[in-house]
Write a protein that binds this ligand. Structure first.
Ligand code: GRF
Length: 202
């Protein structure tokens, strides 16, 4: 059973999905939630369900000191895997040189299209017919790590940002726990840019 920490800055719906699914998957357990923002929904959700929650504010700290504080927490709690879920900060090499476990993220587009903020708005402005959700490994770039799972969502001619975001979010909540389960069970192999998952590729 892998010990998972979730880093989140926002409302925490993906955190909720990961927590709900860990009861079904048995391969991982969310044991720690870290947020940089005091009022985040993710922190209150963690408190409500009895998961340790830690506020790690970034204000007034250098990026390096903030990341070192987070890595210290991860090490103290013997965390195996980190999941970013609406975490609004890009991690730097300070983090990756001191935490060697897998780090995952969920993004509301079919990467590499529309990285960064407001991916759903970017998709609507570009006039694409399909968008979707991506779970990927995190490196020090902006949504540039290897892709683990993706699922498309059709963009409707009269779509609005809230409507498209809502449909993508439903997919996020399903594929994020699936991807974490695959990683927690070590059922993948990375060759260059490609994450091979025998159970999915077959
Ligand atoms: C999600 O759309 C996720 O894809 C993006 O940030 C949003 C977080 O939502 N990275 P929530 O806090 O998990 O509800």
């Amino acid at each position: 059973m892998k010990r998972v920490a979730v880093l989140a800055s926002g409302r925490g719906s993906n955190l909720a999905a990961l927590v709900t699914a860990h009861r079904a998957y048995h391969s991982y357990r969310v044991v720690l939630v870290i947020s940089n923002l005091a009022g985040s929904g993710a922190l209150s959700l963690a408190r409500d369900v009895g998961i340790e929650s830690v506020l790690a504010p970034n204000r007034g700290l250098s990026r390096e000191d903030h990341e070192r504080a987070i890595v210290d927490l991860l090490k103290q709690r013997s965390i195996d895997i980190v999941c970013l879920a609406g975490y609004m900060r890009v991690l730097t090499t300070t983090f990756f040189t001191s935490f060697s476990g897998p780090v995952l993220n969920i993004h509301p587009s079919l990467l590499p299209a529309f990285p960064g903020m407001r991916a759903q708005e970017q998709a609507l402005s570009a006039g694409v017919k399909w968008s979707g959700a991506t779970v990927h490994f995190v490196d020090h770039g902006l949504d540039t790590g290897q892709i683990i799972l993706q699922e498309p969502v059709p963009v409707r001619p009269d779509d609005t940002e809230p409507a498209l975001s809502g449909r993508i979010l439903e997919i996020e909540h399903r594929i994020y726990p699936m991807a974490l389960d695959i990683v927690a069970r070590d059922q993948y192999e990375i060759r260059g840019r490609v994450v091979h998952i025998p159970a999915v590729d077959a």
